[in-house]
Design a protein around this ligand. Structure first.
Ligand code: DC
Length: 230
């Protein structure tokens, strides 16, 4: 796929969907092909969760307010994808730990956390030329995004992908257990009061259950090409 001509507009691509729907790999490849910046917003919620766990903070608005105010999160592009720094420390691996994964849905449901993260995400993406993945990018962060994609996949396929991603560190987790974990995260992310995971009315839904990464990437690039030409 050719890089965009310099006269084409650099748009905002919002990529939302549940855990394991293929957002991050897809978003990274699209950003790379278009020469856009890739922003994994889940990593921001994970970094705040890690800061809260390290501080032994209770998961409620007051405690998290302090954590948000004292945490500096930086997202750096790198050859392997985005690196996440918390107060200058590279925490890219630690934010994927089981403890963070089990706590992040509760932390990301809190108003003080969401408002700070959304403000930061708007600053990062405002100028366009960005592929941002998350749960509320097309609905709340950038409702004006030129292209909104909502990725879905069957629960079992998402669980299979998650286990493959985790590799040896998931050797003692069965497919049924992973399905149960994902079902619970889906429930928490979709039922929370503030900015729940939901498809924007003008988003294009793509079911990735039986698509390869390359197939989903080329479908989205075709939509992006249409939109950049206005
Ligand atoms: O994409 P992920 O699994 O790394 O996201 C971690 C959690 O962060 C997920 O359970 C929901 C939350 N999240 C969110 O609420 N809003 C976003 N824009 C991105 C992630």
């Amino acid at each position: 796929m050719p890089l965009p001509h310099s006269s084409e507009r650099r748009i905002i691509i919002a990529l939302d969907g549940p855990a394991g729907s293929g957002k991050s790999t897809t978003a990274r490849k699209i950003a790379h092909t278009l020469g856009y910046v890739y922003i994994d917003t889940g990593a921001m919620y994970r970094a705040i969760t890690l800061a809260a766990l390290r501080a032994g903070a209770a998961i409620h608005n007051d405690a998290l307010q302090t954590i948000v105010q004292t945490s500096r999160i930086e997202l750096l592009p790198s050859a392997e994808g985005q690196r996440t720094l918390l107060n200058g420390e590279d925490v890219s691996t630690e934010i994927r730990s089981r403890e963070v994964t089990e706590t992040v849905s509760s932390v990301s449901a809190l108003g003080v956390v969401r408002s700070a993260m959304v403000e930061c995400q708007r600053e990062l993406g405002n100028a366009g030329g960005v592929v941002m993945d998350g749960r509320d990018i097309g609905t709340v962060v950038f409702p004006q995004a030129e292209l909104k994609i909502f990725l879905v996949a069957s629960l079992e396929e998402r669980a299979r992908r998650r286990l493959a991603e985790l590799g040896a560190s998931a050797a003692n987790i069965t497919l049924d257990e992973m399905c149960a974990q994902l079902r619970e995260r889906d429930r928490q992310d979709s039922e929370r009061e503030i900015s729940p995971l939901t498809k924007a009315t003008d988003a294009i839904e793509i079911d990735t259950s039986s698509l390869s990464i390359d197939e989903q990437v080329s479908q989205i690039l075709a939509f992006a090409e249409e939109r950049t030409k206005g």
